[in-house]
Design a protein around this ligand. Structure first.
Ligand code: NAP
Length: 242
């Protein structure tokens, strides 16, 4: 029986790259997003037995609960959860509409907590431990003009990681954050040419990251060799924060 990993936001970007890599590595994957997108349907056709997708908005408690219920019904209690789904809203805080602040917190922080809470109820009943990985961001550690509310949600996720690692460690469930730097995905599409050039200039490895730069760390943290690593934030940013 394949181990099951729940990945939120698997329809594109980093979540899609993680989903694809997990399937190739032999895991079963349950993922969700608000829309199926263009790239997930062919993957669903290629892996009908090991890939499950359900439409869900993780910012809505009933919707994230229904997704976890659907995933458990399909594959049983999960081995791991990757809290990947997230949104970015850019704008200086003084003028950022409150509705956008609410959206950010509801999706990136409350959503991740809701999904973790629902998934943990099943993970705790499964013998043999498990893994939770929260996708935070270097923005939560260092900040960036125009991303204050986003940064707050990502710093919150790192706090969730540390506290939850203490809470579930005795059950051999590890909880870690992976904090990418600037990735070339749809989310970073709002960066101006000047901002991109500045990021590249300040990055020792001389480029923006890609989803494929992050995937190997996820595979490592899910694997048996990472069983004594918990409560940590692993930064993958080409050295921009070093
Ligand atoms: N891109 C970067 O530079 C960067 C850097 C550091 C960290 N990160 C973090 O990495 C994660 C993935 O980012 P990405 O660049 O891959 O973003 P992306 O390309 O915009 O993809 C985001 C994924 O999350 C889903 N999603 C968004 N809101 C959702 C909701 N309320 N309910 C369910 N699914 C939702 C999206 O699908 P739908 O829109 O269809 O719902 C999509 O599948 C995020 O947590 C992000 O903050 C990104």
């Amino acid at each position: 029986m394949s181990r099951t990993v729940i990945v939120t936001g698997g329809s594109r970007g980093l979540g899609l790259a993680i989903t694809r890599a997990l399937l190739e590595a032999g895991y079963a994957v349950a993922t969700c997003s608000r829309h199926p997108g263009d790239d997930l349907p062919p993957l669903l056709a290629a892996y009908p037995d090991r890939l499950f997708w359900q439409q869900a908005d993780i910012g809505v408690a009933a919707s994230s609960q229904a997704f976890i219920d659907g995933a458990v019904q399909r594959f049983g209690a999960p081995w791991a959860l990757i809290n990947n789904a997230g949104i970015a809203r850019e704008g200086i805080l003084a003028t950022l509409p409150l509705v956008e602040v609410d959206d950010l917190i509801q999706t990136n922080l409350t959503g991740a907590i809701q999904v973790a809470r629902a998934a943990l109820r099943h993970m705790l009943s499964r013998p043999g431990g498990g893994r939770i990985i929260n996708i935070s961001s270097i923005i939560g550690q260092r900040g960036y003009t125009g991303l204050a509310a986003y940064a707050a949600t990502k710093a919150g996720l790192d706090g969730l990681t540390r506290a939850l690692a203490r809470e579930v460690g005795r059950r051999r469930i590890t909880v870690n954050s992976v904090a990418p730097g600037y990735l070339d995905t749809e989310m970073s599409g709002t960066l101006s040419g000047g901002q991109r050039e500045q990021i590249v200039r300040r990055t020792p490895l001389g480029r923006l990251g890609t989803a494929d730069d992050v995937v190997p760390a996820i595979l490592f943290l899910l694997g048996d060799g990472a069983h004594f690593i918990t409560g940590q934030t692993l930064t993958i940013d080409g050295g921009i924060t070093c």
